[in-house]
Ligand binder design. Sequence first.
Ligand code: UDP
Length: 239
Amino acid sequence: MNEASQTIERIDLRGVKVYPFTGPDHLIDFADEHKGILVAVNAEKIMNANELTLPILNNNIAYCDGSGAVLAARQKGATQAVKIAGCELWLKIIERYHDTKTFYIIGAKTEVHDETIRRLLQRWPDIKIVGHRDGYIKDDTERQALIDDVADKRPDVVFVAMGSPKQELLMADMLKRHRAIYQGLGGSFDVFTDTVKRAPKWWIDHNIEFAYRLIKQPKRITRNFKFIKYAWWLLWHKF
Ligand code: UDP
């Protein structure tokens, strides 16, 4: 029995139930065995959880993609839990399966999307992309056509980079028609194509990537005020 076959007890973080994976390989093994939607959880998603997002988080494979979520999970006994960055995870999934599984790739603006596909093919010439399209879906007819196409092509892995909760709602509808590994990627294609810069490694390594984004995008300050409350929960063991 590999690590993934073992039952993994989820940790409840104020209603958000996360799997305390011990690393990306642990997560990928689990996702391959169980299929479903990989959903990144950070402090902001825990703070903003509501009746629309909770079912999405709790009916799928939620993992800690943020130091705040990891600290809370560890506080609740999951001492082995680590942060898994969604914007790196999808590349690890491709690295592992590019020559054995099929992929469907959705999301971002047309230019960013096309550049993503170009770079993927450049890095993994043998990657099997059975379908792809940008993330700007005009109406229900187009949305339905996409869901039909995914069900028809039956990819093993589907990446959707459209931001939350739009991407999760789309993946949930796709999953009803076709079982696969789905991952929501937010703005990862913008980072992958160098359209948007991620924080330098030092900031990432010291778990303060959020502070870098704050300096670069000061408008995010109102989003960050909420974290004072989150820090208070952490400090006083309120999880
Ligand atoms: N996007 C999309 N379709 C939409 C709206 C957004 O494909 O209808 C893309 C957008 O171009 C960007 C990403 O989704 O690449 C959203 O990035 P953001 O950083 O806002 O998402 P987050 O990571 O915060 O969820």
